[in-house]
Design a protein around this ligand. Sequence first.
Ligand code: ACM
Ligand code: ZN
Length: 755
Amino acid sequence: MVKKVIVVLCLLALISCETNIDFRENVASFLIPKPLELTQTEGFTSISINTKIVTTQDFIDEANYLQKLIHESSNFSVDIIVTNEIPITENAILLVNNSKLAANLNSEESYKLTISKSKIEIEGSTTTGIMRGIQTLRQLFVDEFHKNIKRNEWQLPLITVKDSPKFRHRGMLFDSGRHFFEVDVVKKYIDLLALYKMNVFHWHLTEDQGWRIAIEKYPKLTEIGAFRKQKDSSIYGGFYTKKQVQEIVAYATERHITVIPEIELPGHSLAALAAYPELSCTGNTVEVTNEWGIFKDIYCAGNEQTFIFLEDVLTEVMELFPSEYIHIGGDEAPKLRWEACAKCQKRIKDEKLANEHELQSYFIQRIEKFLHKNNRKLIGWDEILEGGLSPTATVQSWRGVKGGIVAANNNQFAIMSPTTHCYFDYGIGTTDLEKVYNFNPIPAELAPEKHQYIIGSECNLWSERIPDEENLDSKVFPRIFAMSEVLWSYPKEKYFNEFYARVQNQYGLLEAKNVKYGLEFVPVSLKSTLNDDKVQIEVVTKHESFKTNYRWNCEDCDTIFREAPAIIALNKSGVLEIETFKNGKKYGDNLLQGYQLHKAINSEIKQENLYNDVYKASGEKGLVDGEIGSKKIRDGNWQGFLGVDIDCVIDLGKEKEVTEIGANFLHKQLSWILIPRNITIQTSVDGLTWKDWGTVESKVDPKNKEVILETLSKIKSVEKIRYVKLFAENLDQLPEWHDFYKGKSWIFIDEIFVN
Ligand code: ACM
Ligand code: ZN
């Protein structure tokens, strides 16, 4: 019995004494964004029940936050001592007002964090500076801390950090419109933003697909506007009550994150018009849409009721959001309805406006005046430049950086969110970690004295293709690390490998917080070499840690994955499939690339009209490279022709016996991509006299909303030919039935083949 008691006592002693030493040995490799200055000395200090938070009254909110943070992961709670004179104390976390810090480091978010054996000190000249310092401290804990494993003691490395951000606007756009996210998910993201020193949560709350914020004066906005009927007739939707919005804003405020609400106008407003059709130009009933795209029904600019409604809505919005800025959208508003509306036309005449673009400008400026009356400022997407920019608006540049440059050159503030680097709803194939890391919010062509007008940047998470939290996690992480690094640290010289190593050290923390992060890059790419009429493929891995296998899916091929040889020589058409592993774990979906071998591969091709620079496939020989496109328009295999015909001549190099000539097209009318109604093919032996080979009609209904692949080809009895001419007419303007009537239409083609 005595023995048993002794054993139990010893065990208890072991548990309570927990003397494992467990702290970040190499702090520099664990911090994102990288701090301005960091030094680490040997050793560690501990936080335990004996620790106190000592603060002046100024920082009591931040002290409470820190106390909660520690308590969530500990078997103990640290006391807070509020005092006017911060004493020299051992075993304390001191929150100290250092009034010079903001001035010295050029930002009210600057902070200094010093961890010594005897105490931890966070200095800031503002509450925000203190909060940023706390978040750095938070990143110094080992991963288990973030799992909320309750320990009796946490160890922290001895360091000094002096830190300050480059940009003052470091944001993420969160789209609750297309898909609805519960309050917990919204809070999770606000917390993660804080952890990585982002400071703006741009909350997109109204869309064609759903109105998400309760407005007392207009209850139908949420009764009708917050719900849509899906294809299977089920109802999808949701909205945030005022109480929930207040809770979210308070949660963000606690972390010194500004929530900027976006209330879209005059476009992207179908959900509001479904609730209040009298606010549209036609007054006709519309439904909250279940489709993605741009829709022609928008708020009527000639109807006074529209402005009364929007001012009422904005009044309630401003009551909920204390932010200096209100975002009013302003993007993608087709002018079709305005052109045909007597009230809108009367407004144009009465206000002596030149056209519908100036009417949009009138609309925005009228809303801006209302915001100013309420001591708020306006942000809008770069379309607000069209028809004349209000001189006090801040422009969020998304169609490249041009809009931001125009604003900055006009001494107006700009936020850079170009699709090229900041659209995290795009796949990793378009915007990978390295590309975001290489983003510079300040365009090279902007004169130095104008740099001050670029206040920062946002990554945009449009949620058309983000149906749930897991998908959101995978789109945000790890790319937001690069955004945070660019916006806070703004490295003068970029060393991707050093940054990449730090990213690897964040995954433990993300796993602890149950964040389902996604890929860093498409792990492999295929480099094809065209030789005579053969295709040879080299499998190139994006990082040395990636290992790949391949298999060749074709008729009579075996289905076993094998280690890829240096060069894969293709001898028949089929689909090459690559699987990748990182640290022994499967990394992403398998890469599938189709190849079509035919007699025109690697032929000379002359194109009368050039393909668009964004959709150029492999370039000059993109239509005769054997690479076949998928239903993903950005898979790198499609050549896109915007508003111009395809008119090209292929030289096979010598006469060849031919029985079939054709081409593959993609249809996606919601992205303005239409298959030509027909193609005409001519052939020649000498390149001077041409013979009709045939005309082939498309069978795809242009109005079909699905994504469709279609091959148009003509088979004939064998002929000897050398030259092939293919012509496909572009509609130029989108037809009247299309939601973007009169917009330019695309043709997408991946290959012209000759058999
Ligand atoms: C946008 O992506 N339409 C701002
Ligand atoms: Zn109208």
